[in-house]
Design a protein. Structure first.
Length: 311
């Protein structure tokens, strides 16, 4: 049995505008890395975390990676297995790009590989959801499912968990810009209304169905006109500087659709090609610079692989 492994897991765009907690897709960059080793000791230890500016806990009961791995080990009947974890954050925390998800998924993929792949990546999703529960108080799957399975996913149901991989246009790209402002996921979730009007729910259902249909049909026009959110975006957009100006810039530059990635502050545009995505990120970054906000940008096709072994 292999004793050590290094794994990369990708960032994700969750919600995809209208699909709050039920839609998400993986991207090639950024992402996180985990180095995991089996030891002769008992229990999980976190020996090192880099790239987090000291924000993440080394306590294995409070870190999403180790907590999820512990749930997995309990499930396979090896609760006291000696495991040492190094976590290397290669993406910003609180970016709306599934930072906790990427770390958790890398850890679960690593331990499952070291154990001889006892479960499929899809079967690892419930364990990854435990990490999300620890991170933001609610075990949603719209980040961890695409990070584990790759591609574009729909969570049709949470009880019982029912996850569907969706087709999508092969040439589709995401233009992602992260304005460097602080939007904690837990706070962003608490801002959302707990009750909605039936007429608003009907509009949202129609948009989710339209987006899924557009992906199946590879119909960019249908995808674009379905990327409208009347339930969550009006509240969360308040936390993102010049959100509606950024949308106007992206759409004028050729975006198919535009919205908030996860809980924000990252925003994303779907495009028909990489050139348009690159053009959009440059224009958005320039606008943010003009209002004295630093930003990071990423351009990626939809990641079909999910987590990968680096060595």
């Amino acid at each position: 049995m292999k004793k050590s492994i290094k794994v990369f897991a990708p960032a994700t765009v969750a919600n995809v505008v209208c699909g709050y907690d039920v839609l998400g897709f993986a991207v090639n960059q950024p992402g996180d890395e985990v180095i995991m080793s089996l030891t002769d000791g008992k229990g999980i230890t976190i020996s090192k975390i880099t790239g987090d500016d000291g924000k993440l806990p080394l306590n294995p009961t409070k870190n999403t990676v180790s907590a999820s791995v512990q749930h997995y080990l309990n499930h396979i009947g090896k609760p006291d297995l000696g495991v040492e974890i190094e976590l290397h954050k290669k993406m910003p925390i609180g970016s709306g790009l599934g930072s906790s998800s990427a770390s958790t998924v890398a850890g679960l993929f690593a331990i499952n590989t070291l154990m001889g792949n006892l479960l499929t990546n899809k079967e690892l999703v419930p364990f990854a959801m435990k990490g999300e529960e620890l991170a933001c108080g609610y075990g949603h799957a719209d980040n961890v499912a695409p990070a584990l399975m790759g591609g574009f996913v729909l969570i049709r149901s949470y009880q019982p968990l029912d996850i569907i991989s969706l087709p999508f246009p092969e040439e589709m790209h995401a233009a992602i810009v992260y304005p460097e402002v602080d939007v904690p996921t837990k706070d962003a979730r608490q801002m959302i209304r707990s009750k909605v009007l039936l007429k608003d729910a009907v509009t949202q259902w129609g948009n989710v169905a339209g987006l899924v249909s557009g992906l199946f049909m590879k119909d960019y026009d249908l995808i674009g006109r379905s990327m409208t959110d009347i339930l969550v975006e009006p509240t969360r957009s308040i936390l993102i500087p010049d959100f509606y100006k950024l949308r106007t810039i992206a759409m004028k530059a050729g975006a198919v659709g535009f919205g908030i990635s996860g809980s924000g502050p990252s925003v994303f545009a779907l495009t028909k090609d990489a050139d348009t995505a690159n053009k959009i990120t440059e224009k958005l970054k320039q606008h943010l610079k003009n209002i004295s906000i630093n930003s990071l940008s990423f351009v990626s096709e939809v990641n079909k692989r999910g987590p990968i072994i680096l060595d």
